[in-house]
Design a protein around this ligand. Structure first.
Ligand code: ADP
Ligand code: MG
Length: 704
């Protein structure tokens, strides 16, 4: 077995199961091993019923006071019985688990693991996991990995596959791994760090880390494993960034620009006045473009601070100098929106843009034609997604590349697009609130501008955090807003129902159906999620932008950049499952017009701690403040599960949580490169080899 093999090579994985793994983005054994658990479950000592809090996942030791009674309801077989822990009684129900019929007999006792509900003053548990004492004892104290799943693929199946792949490919003990790693070729989890760095940071081996992240012996080993993997991720990333910086610095531009009358005129004719922050950042960009050197600038600004217009101004400057410019967005939806906006401004203000939209969903023959016209220079602004950086696109004189919402792209991609046009100017825009000290480290290859002001005329969003019992009222409120001519977003964490979790996590598919039934008939509800066909996504988004759809039930695909100023309400289901920074990004989709906007966070867990976290959002609309407060509230137990997703696409590192480590690594990387710029010394052999072999993810040292 090799890391690059298809997962179908794992024993027990047939074509059907393999397809489910593919759905999760896992095609190869390597991808499987890098599919880290989202959380861990601990099997604690059983508790008494009276001691358990409602909704908490607990194990109860119970005996059955009578046989379970089974009845059929359409295609459901439901078994219900009363059990006791000696003090209290609880009713338990199972659905469609026929093989339990013979087990659940009066007088027998088992361990039941699930969540307690209290209904009419009586205890109840649905579909608990069932164990004998022997089975349970074996698991007690252990941490069981919980993977992200999809319908039809259970946690056990993923665990089994991972365990098997690990057994075949990764030596389990530290000692054996050290022997092998230094001379085995292409060993993904072989050692890459010189001894001195491992010692300095007290890091475990890579092979033991990958074992322990999937199957931790205990909490301590899990933290050790995480530390090692976080280190590697940040270390390799920073190494690439530093190399890139060297490459970019003091690079003469192939596309020098001069001032033209266009940008000034455009600013003057806009229906609003630029904020002071926008004006300042625009001056910084302008100076770069006129300097004769290559621009490498990151523009950071909170959601709604008005970054798009800065991109358009930069493109205008480029085009009026006779060059081509490209604008790259992380999603098709966002690319299409930028295209619409730029096209309509072009008409309205008679700008010299000849824009084209280039995304993955454009048909092959149409694409060919577009490529030809790009090469011929008939288009001067190319807007699109990743399809832009495909080999086939040849630009005529690409002078500027703007990437919107940069945290969605790897360094490598940015570099690729940059190469297309020779020494192009690069402008990167991000709404992720990263404190300046961290931004300088992470984007070390870029100069930094901050749009630290939102347009003044905007009313601050009104927020509330409520529990699920508020839903009915919320629906009435949405209806009222729709009646007033506004539009609504409803966000759910999942795309479709999953049989994996016992918890109640809302999904877009069912929720859309539910809202169609709950809301008045003339309220038009539609759904949107990342698994839909691009053409469908586009159609839905356009209809929403047009106002034809009143309520859009969506996953976080709408998180980045979407601009529909008429939307005034956002309701987020299971808000406790998102990172605060991400919720803040989501919330940025409303409050963009002149009307008052409202954000309703539904807290599905109702635990004190999650409520406290969500309250931060309630009290502030400032992204930087939120990121900081969130960090303060999180303890070591929160390392997994909720992450500040949205802030750079690291697999396991979290730039907020790991901020201190990141700063330290940054210094280590500087030392290392000062001492040995090309990594030529013997002790870096493995590191260099690893970087070369994984050039897709990092900067290729050979090309620099
Ligand atoms: P983001 O920074 O999140 O990308 P956008 O560029 O999408 O924000 O801008 C959000 C909204 O604010 C848009 O509708 C845009 O037209 C508007 N806008 C931008 N700048 C100003 C300004 N100076 N005054 C008023 N409205 C503005
Ligand atoms: Mg934006």
């Amino acid at each position: 077995m090799k890391y690059s093999d298809d997962i179908i090579n794992i024993k027990g994985i047939g074509e059907k199961t393999a397809k489910l793994f593919y759905k999760l983005g896992i095609h190869t054994i390597k991808e499987l091993l890098l599919y880290y658990p989202k959380a861990y479950q601990r099997f604690d000592e059983p508790v008494k019923i009276a001691k358990a809090a409602e909704g908490e996942l607990v194990t109860l030791e119970l005996f059955l006071t009578s046989d379970f009674k089974w009845k059929k309801l359409r295609n459901l077989t439901i078994g219900t019985g009363i059990c006791s822990d000696g003090n209290d009684r609880i009713s338990i129900s199972y659905f469609n688990v026929p093989y339990l019929k013979n087990k659940l007999k009066s007088g027998s006792s088992f361990l039941f693991r699930g969540k307690i509900k209290i209904e009419n003053g009586k205890y109840h548990m649905d579909q608990p996991a069932l164990f004998t004492w022997e089975e349970y004892e074996e698991k007690m104290g252990q941490l069981q990995p919980c993977y992200g799943l999809t319908a039809g693929l259970g946690n056990k199946a993923v665990m089994k596959a991972v365990r098997q792949a690990l057994k075949e490919l990764v030596p389990e003990s530290e000692a054996s791994s050290e022997n092998i790693s230094n001379n085995r070729e292409s060993d993904l989890f072989g050692e890459i760090l010189p001894e001195e760095i491992r010692k300095e940071y007290a890091l475990s081996s890579r092979s033991s880390a990958v074992w322990q992240i999937h199957f931790p012996k205990d909490w301590e080993s899990l933290l050790q494993a995480r530390k090692r993997l976080v280190f590697d991720e940040l270390f390799l990333f920073l190494l690439s960034v530093r190399k890139m910086k060297e490459y970019n610095e003091a690079l003469c531009s192939d596309y020098p620009m001069i001032e033209t009358a266009w940008t000034k005129r455009f600013v003057e004719t806009l229906p609003y006045k630029l904020t002071n922050a926008q004006t300042r950042v625009w001056q910084e960009i302008e100076k770069d473009l006129l300097s004769g050197m290559c621009m490498n600038r990151l523009v950071q600004g909170d959601v709604g601070s008005g970054k798009t217009i800065l991109a358009f101004l930069s493109l205008l400057m480029t085009v009026s100098n006779g060059y081509q410019g490209a604008l790259m967005a992380p999603t098709e939806i966002l690319a299409a929106q930028h295209f619409e906006q730029l096209s309509s401004m072009t008409k309205q203000y008679r700008l010299p843009f000849k824009p084209v939209l280039l995304t993955g969903s454009v048909s092959a023959s149409a694409k060919k034609e577009i490529y030809k016209q790009i090469e011929g220079g008939e288009f001067n602004v190319i807007i699109g997604t990743h399809a832009l950086i495909q080999e086939k696109v040849k630009y005529r004189n690409l002078a500027l590349v703007v990437t919107d919402e940069q945290h969605r792209f790897g360094v490598r991609q940015r570099e690729l697009l940059g190469e297309k046009g020779g020494r192009t100017h690069v402008l990167v825009m991000s709404a992720t609130p990263i404190p300046r000290t961290l931004a300088i480290i992470l984007y070390g290859d870029l100069h930094l501008s901050v749009v630290d002001e939102v347009p003044a005329e905007r009313l601050p969003i009104k927020n509330c955090v409520v529990d699920v019992s508020y839903r009915k009222k919320a629906y009435e409120f949405l209806t009222k807003e729709v009646r007033a001519g506004h539009q609504v977003y409803v966000i759910c964490p999942m795309v479709e129902a999953s049989d994996a979790d016992m918890e109640e996590i809302q999904n877009v598919t069912d929720y859309g159906e539910k809202l169609r039934m709950m809301l008045p008939e003339d309220v038009h509800v539609e759904i949107l999620h990342g698994k839909m066909k691009p053409a469908d996504k586009k159609r839905i988004m356009e209809a929403f932008a047009e106002g034809d759809i009143h309520v859009l039930v969506s996953t976080t695909v709408i998180e980045v950049g979407i601009n529909v100023p008429n939307a005034t309400v956002m309701m987020v289901e299971n808000a406790e499952r998102f990172g605060l920074a991400q919720l803040h990004q989501l919330r940025g989709r409303i409050g963009r017009g002149k009307s008052q906007s409202y954000c309703i966070f539904i807290d599905g867990a109702g635990k004190e701690k999650t409520t406290e976290r969500l309250k931060i959002l309630n009290n502030s609309n400032d992204g930087f403040y939120i990121a900081e407060e969130d960090l303060k509230l999180r303890g070591p137990g929160d390392l997994f599960g909720i992450r500040q997703s949205g802030a750079m696409e690291f697999k396991i590192a979290d730039i907020y949580q790991d901020a201190e480590l990141l700063k330290k690594i940054s210094i280590t990387v500087d030392h290392l490169l000062n001492e040995d710029r090309m990594l030529e010394s013997e002790k870096y052999v493995c590191l260099k080899q690893y970087l070369d072999e994984n050039a897709g993810n990092f900067i290729d040292f050979r090309t620099i």
